[in-house]
Design a protein around this ligand. Structure first.
Ligand SMILES: [Zn+2]
Length: 316
C-alpha cells in the first residue's frame, strides 16, 4: 500500500516514528521489505541523488516497486532524500515518488523559503508531500561535507515563520545530530528543548531527524576485529534520546550509517572466516537476513511495529 509521508505522519505524530531508510542496492531493499512484511510495520524507503547516480534512477525505483509486489502487505512511502529542483521536477513528471525533500538549508532563510515554496506548489498539485530543511547539520552526506563550525541548530521562531510561508508538510531540523558515523564528537546529545519549543509553536507539525543512526560500538568493534579501521569514538543517537524525541513530534528518523556499518561487518567477517569463497551471493544472503533483523529492532525502538493495520484498516 503506497502512501504519501503526510498520510503516514497524520497518524503517527506524537505516538511513534517511522524509519526512513536510505537504499542503494537490491539486498537492502529485500531486507527492508521482508522486515516490514513480517512485522506489519509501515516504512519510508528513500533514495539520495548519490544512490540514484550509483544504480541509475530507473533501476533503483524499479527495484523498490518490485519489492512492493514481492511483499504485497507492506505499507510504505517512496521518498526522495536531499533532492534538488532538477531531480524533484524530473521525479514529479515521471512519477513513482510519493514524497520529496527539497534541501535548500545551505541558502539564506529567504532563499530557502522561496525555493521550498516553489517545490511545494508543484508537488502539492500532484498530491506529493514535501519535506524541507532548516538549520545545518555537520558531517558527511554522500559527497557533501559540513564542518562542525559551520553547522547550527534550528531556531524555533524561524521554523514557525518558515512553515507558515512555505506550507511544507514536514521539516528536517538540526538539533544535535550529524550525518555519517561521527555524530556526537562534542558529546552534546539531542537538543530536546528545541523540539519542545517547536511543538508549542506548531502543535501537530511533523519533524524529521536526519543522522538518526545509533552507530553500535559492538558493530564497530566487530568490523575492526575483522580488519577494519573505523574510529572507536564514533557515536550515534542514543536509544533513550530517540524515545524522548518521538512524543515531541519526531515522525521520521533517517537511517543510513547503521546499515552501511552492518554491510561492512558482514562482508569483512565473511571473507576473514572464509578466505576461499568468492561468490557475492554467499555474504549477500547473510547480509539480507542480518539487515532484516536489524530493521525489526529499529521498528521496536521507534514504536512502529505492527502499525500497518492503522493504515490498511483505519476503522480498527
Ligand atoms: Zn540528511
Amino acid at each position: 500500500m503506497l502512501l504519501t509521508t503526510k498520510q503516514l505522519f497524520d497518524k503517527c505524530y506524537g505516538r511513534y516514528a517511522i524509519p526512513a531508510v536510505n537504499v542503494f542496492f537490491m539486498e537492502e531493499i529485500h531486507g527492508l521489505f521482508a522486515a516490514a512484511q513480517e512485522t506489519n510495520t509501515p516504512i519510508i524507503v528513500q533514495t539520495t541523488p548519490f544512490a540514484r547516480d550509483y544504480a541509475h534512477p530507473d533501476m533503483l525505483l524499479s527495484m523498490i516497486q518490485s519489492a512492493a509486489r514481492i511483499y504485497p502487505n507492506v505499507v510504505y512511502a517512496i521518498h526522495m532524500d536531499h533532492g534538488y529542483e532538477a531531480h524533484i521536477y524530473d521525479a514529479l513528471e515521471k512519477g513513482g515518488y510519493t514524497s520529496v525533500m527539497i534541501d535548500a538549508s545551505h541558502d539564506s532563510f529567504e532563499q530557502n523559503v522561496l525555493r521550498t515554496k516553489q517545490v511545494v506548489d508543484k508537488a502539492h498539485e500532484k498530491g506529493i508531500s514535501v519535506e524541507a530543511e532548516l538549520g545545518v547539520l555537520a558531517g558527511v552526506e554522500d559527497d557533501l561535507t559540513v564542518e562542525a563550525a559551520h553547522s547550527f541548530y534550528t531556531n524555533p521562531q524561524e521554523v514557525e515563520d518558515f512553515v507558515r510561508a512555505t506550507h511544507c508538510d514536514s521539516l528536517a531540523i538540526a538539533v544535535g545530530t550529524s550525518h555519517g558515523a561521527y555524530k556526537f564528537s562534542g558529546g552534546q546529545g539531542l537538543q530536546l528543548h528545541i523540539l519542545q519549543e517547536i511543538q508549542s509553536r506548531l502543535p501537530g507539525f511533523p519533524l524529521v531527524l536526519h543522522g538518526g543512526s545509533n552507530v553500535s560500538s559492538e558493530v564497530v568493534e566487530r568490523i575492526n576485529r575483522a580488519g577494519g579501521k573505523i574510529k572507536t569514538d564514533a557515536k550515534g543517537v542514543q536509544e533513550d534520546e530517540i524515545q524522548k524525541a518521538i512524543p515531541l513530534g519526531i515522525c521520521k528518523i533517517n537511517i543510513a550509517t547503521d546499515t552501511r556499518l552492518l554491510w561492512t561487518m558482514v562482508n569483512r567477517e565473511f571473507f576473514r572466516d572464509k578466505p576461499d569463497e568468492f561468490a557475492p551471493t554467499s555474504p549477500g544472503k547473510i547480509f539480507m537476513e542480518e539487515y532484516k533483523q536489524f530493521m525489526i529492532q529499529k521498528f521496536n525502538l521507534f514504536g512502529c511495529t505492527g502499525k500497518s493495520i492503522e493504515f490498511r484498516n483505519p476503522g480498527a
